[in-house]
Structure formats: structure tokens, C-alpha cells
Write a protein that binds this ligand. Structure first.
Ligand code: NI
Length: 167
């Protein structure tokens, strides 16, 4: 078990665009284990992206197993994820391990169809809605060097000091 250091805003590396994974080898499995450990160590974390720990490959984990009221696929490792379809719009509150002091209201697609490879390199496709779709969109943004702060419609009215980490 290895918990990695998380890059925190305004670290410029959070703006870096990550490269696709090309090798599904044991180094990848080791990294995914560390990424997962780092996510689990975070307070109330439901997702994490590789660049948040300074590893610039297109790997994210989405894990809503702690949110059974939201329809979800459980823990998903998404490699080279691509949103192939999206529909609807919904505003919702987001936080981020890399922005520890704030949360923000962000508009996201309500429903998405996502294609990605799993840890073994098998192509997968997922239909997501609601909170799970939101988390996936948030994590995929990290792969393109984007934080939720970059999507705020208005910093003055839609950015909030973080009260606590419980829900
Ligand atoms: Ni984040």
C-alpha cells in the first residue's frame, strides 16, 4: 500500500494534458493500486485521476460504492476514457482532492455513454447518469488539465469554502 502525494491547486502540473496508456503491464497494475490507496485515504473521495498524483497518463478511478442511493457501477478503473454521448444538463456541487478548501456548483451532462479500457486492457462501455456521470466527467477533465474551478459560471456566487468532508 502506497499513498502518493496529491498535487494541490494552483500547482501548474494540474494543467498538463495526460497521454493515453499504451501498455497494460504490471507497472500499470502497481500504479492503479497506489492511485486507489490514495483515493481511499482522501476524505469522502468518490474518484481520482492519475495526474492528481503527478502521473500523466489517462487513468481515472470512479468509486461510488459508498453512495448506494445513487445508481452506479461500483468501483471502476477507466483507462483512456472517452465520453461518446451525452445528454441533459444538471447543476451540482463538486469538490476535489486537489482543491481542498472549496466546493463549487458546476453544470454537467446528466447522462453519458462512456467507452474505456479496464485494467486488463479490455474495451468496455458504460451508461452513466446523475452523480456517477458527474464524477466521471470531473475525473476525465483532470486528464485534460481542467479543474472544476475552470468550469465555474461565476466564482463569486458559485464557489464555497469547504465546511467539512462528511457528505
Ligand atoms: Ni478532482
Amino acid at each position: 500500500m502506497a499513498i502518493r502525494d496529491v498535487l494541490v491547486y494552483p500547482d501548474p502540473r494540474l494543467k498538463q494534458i495526460s497521454s493515453p496508456v499504451t501498455k497494460f503491464d504490471s507497472a500499470l497494475q502497481d500504479f492503479i493500486r497506489d492511485l486507489n490507496d490514495t483515493m481511499l485515504a482522501g476524505p469522502g473521495c468518490v474518484g481520482i485521476a492519475a495526474p492528481q498524483v503527478g502521473h500523466f497518463e489517462r487513468i481515472v478511478i470512479v468509486d461510488l460504492t459508498s453512495k448506494p442511493k445513487n445508481p452506479n457501477h461500483g468501483k471502476l478503473v477507466l483507462i483512456n476514457p472517452v465520453i461518446v454521448e451525452s445528454s441533459g444538463e444538471k447543476i451540482g456541487r463538486e469538490g476535489c482532492l486537489s482543491v481542498p478548501d472549496y466546493t463549487g456548483n458546476i453544470v454537467r451532462a446528466k447522462n453519458i455513454t462512456l467507452s474505456a479500457y479496464d485494467e486488463e486492457g479490455n474495451p468496455q462501455s458504460y451508461e452513466m447518469k446523475g452523480f456517477e456521470a458527474r464524477v466521471a466527467q470531473h475525473e476525465i477533465d483532470h486528464l485534460d488539465g481542467r479543474l472544476f474551478l475552470d468550469r465555474l459560471v461565476c466564482r463569486r456566487s458559485e464557489l464555497f469554502p469547504r465546511q467539512n468532508y462528511a457528505e
